[in-house]
Design a protein around this ligand. Structure first.
Ligand code: FES
Ligand SMILES: [Fe+2]
Length: 358
């Protein structure tokens, strides 16, 4: 059933896959109430193992289905007992034979890939699982990491901005992920490639101290390193980064003497001004030592709380003055391209089906 809602057509891209949850959030029959693109949803794993995502609002009197009871792959509203199948059809009304056609809830396509649960908020007929931007290292045995989640009281676009410009590492994360303010002055991007679905950036920082998060997990803590980051920002808000640390001056393109990380981050709008932020920071050395993954996850939490502090404060201030226009520096070429591309895709989507909001 279409659930019409006006006023948000211009904000979100709908016909694409978003990360809705880590699979561990739905373990053991847990019902997860989560708002995505300003829709309250209930997510759960049915007893067959199938993932189910339904509009959370019972069509009878509007009670949350997230307070309901899972029965097989169905859910029963625990107010007056109506039961809905995985497709959102009402299949039982206690004390009533006739089931009116209006008693349905919207069912959202869901897919699991490498521990991430993906959801399609747009037209279900267009939900092609091949469009999921799967991140292979999450499923590869040579990479280890721990999944993370943070809730932001800020627009996902401000987090995209943050991740798009590495100069913030120098100032926001001097003592955690960055390592020094010098990073902002000396580590210029060597490549920024504009892509149809986002952008790619490559950045070197040579002959520098290892940043604290890396230092904590390596034996030779004082050796100078060359650091290379290659990052991809992908519409509607996904970030993938390869980080390599090589001994300073080694010019080691074979990467044999390097330490490497693989990092994925997903910004899923909860509302226009709040965001679900999922990530995993993976490493491939000493993978049998669980303390490395724990140390990296703790370091990343530390760093992301620094981002969260400044971004949420930025959102509060931006909310006080709708007239203020964000300005750009040369380093903002990637994020500017991202915002323009996203805006164009949203306009194209709205032109194709202007009134359809699921
Ligand atoms: S509100 Fe759900 S059955 Fe009445
Ligand atoms: Fe950051």
């Amino acid at each position: 059933m279409l659930d019409k809602q006006s006023g948000d057509e211009q904000i979100f891209l709908k016909n694409c896959w978003y990360v809705a949850a880590w699979d561990h959030e739905l373990l053991d029959g847990k019902k997860l109430e989560r708002t995505i693109l300003e829709k309250s949803l209930v997510l759960f794993r049915g007893e067959s193992g199938a993932y189910v995502a339904l509009n959370n609002r019972c069509p009878h009197r509007g009670a949350p289905l997230s307070m309901g009871r899972i029965e097989g792959d169905c859910i029963r509203c625990m107010y007056h007992g109506m039961k809905f199948d995985a497709l959102g059809n009402c299949i039982q009304i206690p004390g009533q034979e006739r089931i009116p056609g209006s008693m349905t809830v919207h069912s959202y396509p869901v897919e699991e890939r490498n521990h991430l649960v993906w959801i399609w908020m747009g037209d279900p007929a267009l939900a092609d699982p091949d469009l999921i931007v799967d991140y292979a290292p999450l499923g590869e045995p040579e990479w280890r990491g721990l999944p993370g989640y943070l809730h932001y009281k800020a627009s996902w676009l401000l987090i995209v901005d943050n991740l798009s410009d590495f100069t913030h590492l120098a100032f926001v994360h001097t003592n955690t992920l960055g390592g020094s303010e010098e990073y902002a002055y000396e580590a210029k991007p060597s490549v920024i490639e504009r892509l149809d679905n986002g952008f790619r950036v490559e950045r070197w920082h040579r002959n520098s101290d290892a940043p604290p998060y890396h230092r904590r997990v390596i034996p030779d803590k004082d050796a100078k390193v060359d650091r290379r980051n290659i990052a991809n920002m992908v519409i509607p808000g996904m970030f993938f980064m390869e980080t390599m640390f090589a001994p300073a001056g080694s010019n080691d393109d074979s990467l044999e003497s390097t330490r490497q990380y693989r990092n994925c981050q997903y910004m899923t709008p909860e509302t226009r001004n709040t965001t679900h932020f999922f990530w995993n920071y993976l490493h491939n050395s000493n993978i049998d030592d669980p303390n490395i993954a724990i140390s990296l996850r703790d370091s990343l939490f530390e760093g992301f709380y620094e981002d969260k502090d400044i971004i949420e404060a930025q959102q509060v201030l931006l909310d006080t003055d709708s007239e203020f226009r964000l300005r750009t520096l040369e380093a903002d070429v990637g994020l500017t391209h991202f915002r323009q591309t996203l805006r164009r895709k949203i306009q194209e989507e709205n032109a194709a089906s202007p009134a359809t909001v699921y």
